[in-house]
Design a protein around this ligand. Structure first.
Ligand SMILES: *Cc1c(COP(=O)(O)O)cnc(C)c1O
Length: 416
């Protein structure tokens, strides 16, 4: 009865969202969905809170802002990024609003896009206040392996102050996904979006989750007196005990400039839709929808690579394949040898190949550079075209490379 009431009232939308962070039963259901998809069978102690937001986009905007307003990050501080990464994570820290120093932890294509221990060790530096991770990654589309997850959890034991943000919007596409949120619940802010798994970017549905017992709240409580006083004044209009306002509720307040806290929150029909997606997925046993989606993207990838004419190792259990990166150095070297790769890098301007592909074949790939890749590369999304389109993209790429191979042969006298 209570559930039907919440859904009906939600869809009628005749009231502001109450509670503003999230409707009560909606939070329980979305929480169950996140638990199943992000935590699974991993032992998880305690409870977490959820804030329903306008997609992963709003989640990111709100989190950066509230971290700054609550002195968890300030201009000149250092944060770490797991790169390559969804471009906004590169751009936001550079904005005048934040002015953060950034340390990149580079995943290596030759290492199956995993982070080496050496890269992860950068998190041991106490200067690093927070680590922002997209897992499974965008664009390499690989989930972090168990070894790395456990390695980070070890580092966190040594650095209990380290704040982690894991953006797991692709988690549902991975096999047996376990989020960093499951391993380091007290340090981690979980970001999730319904955009990708449900092909529903227009709905603007996302969620932020934090453990009830977390280091964000602890760090805010331990701020110097002057800053606590200032924050007391900031949040005084919405609660009689501002010092006890949880980080996640500060996110809600800040999302509407505190003063509009009472009208904050995701529109109730959107919350209803979020509940429907969550319930659908919770009832998707035994994973019929999930497996169909995985088959679809993986089969498109095979078609693409088959047409380009390169084989790839399909045994990596961490591959997700929502996107694929065509890394010129890595794939070019395997297909045509190191000498050809060096020649092509020397004889083409950055992005020349991508521009030519766009001009000649009308195939537009995003440059990997925008996501912080180390080598020249292009990103192909496997999510939004038919398999026959990927066949055509693959052919266009093969033809383009063929032209360069001919030029290389002519200039070098070799025969590839
Ligand atoms: C697409 C994407 C988002 C944004 O999601 P929306 O819910 O559509 O705003 C956030 N993070 C990552 C890593 C994404 O790929």
């Amino acid at each position: 009865g209570e559930f039907l009431y919440e859904m009906c009232e939600g869809i009628l939308a005749s009231n502001y969202p109450v509670p503003d962070r999230m409707l009560k039963l909606s939070e329980v259901i979305v929480g169950q969905y996140l638990r199943r998809e992000m935590i699974g069978a991993y032992p998880f102690i305690g409870e977490f809170d959820v804030f329903a937001v306008e997609g992963g986009t709003a989640a990111m905007t709100y989190i950066f802002n509230t971290m700054r307003e609550n002195h968890l990050i300030k201009a000149g501080d250092t944060v770490a990024l797991g790169t390559p990464i969804f471009t906004p994570y590169i751009e936001i820290p550079r904005l005048n609003d934040y002015q953060l120093n950034v340390v990149n932890l580079d995943a290596d294509v030759a290492n199956g896009w995993q982070y080496s221990k050496q890269e992860l060790d950068k998190l041991r530096d106490p200067k690093v206040k927070a680590f922002f991770l997209v897992n499974p990654s965008n664009p390499p589309s690989v989930k972090m392996n168990t070894e790395s997850l456990e390695y980070i959890a070890e580092i966190v034991k040594e650095r209990p102050d380290l704040i982690l943000l894991t953006d797991d919007v692709y988690g549902t596409f991975a096999d047996d996904f376990v989020s960093l949120f499951a391993l380091c619940p007290k340090n981690t802010i979980l970001v999730y979006s319904y955009s990708k798994y449900f092909g529903a970017t227009g709905w603007r549905l996302g969620a932020i989750a934090t453990h009830r017992d977390n280091v964000l709240d602890q760090q805010i409580a331990a701020l110097p007196k002057e800053q606590r006083k200032q924050l007391h004044e900031r949040y005084e209009s919405i609660t009689t005990e501002p010092e006890n306002l949880k980080f996640i509720d500060r996110l809600v307040a800040d999302s509407r400039t505190v003063a509009l806290n009472h009208t904050a929150g995701l529109s109730t029909p959107q919350q209803v839709q979020m509940v429907l997606f969550s319930l659908f997925s919770l009832m998707d046993t035994p994973d019929a929808y999930k497996n169909a989606l995985k088959r679809l993207i993986r089969s498109r990838k095979q078609a693409l690579y088959r047409e380009i004419g390169i084989t790839f190792d399909d045994s990596d259990v961490n591959k997700v394949d929502y996107y694929t990166i065509l890394d010129l150095e890595f794939l070019g070297e395997r297909a045509y040898g190191r000498d050809f790769v060096e020649w092509i890098i020397k004889n083409t301007k950055p992005s020349e190949l991508l521009f030519k592909l766009a001009k000649d074949a009308r195939v537009v790939l995003l440059p990997g550079r925008g996501f912080g890749t180390q080598h020249p590369s292009g990103r192909v999304s496997l999510a939004n075209l038919n398999e026959s389109d990927y066949v055509q993209i693959g052919r266009a790429i093969r033809e383009l490379l063929g032209e360069y191979v001919e030029r290389y042969n002519a200039e070098s006298g070799k025969k590839l």
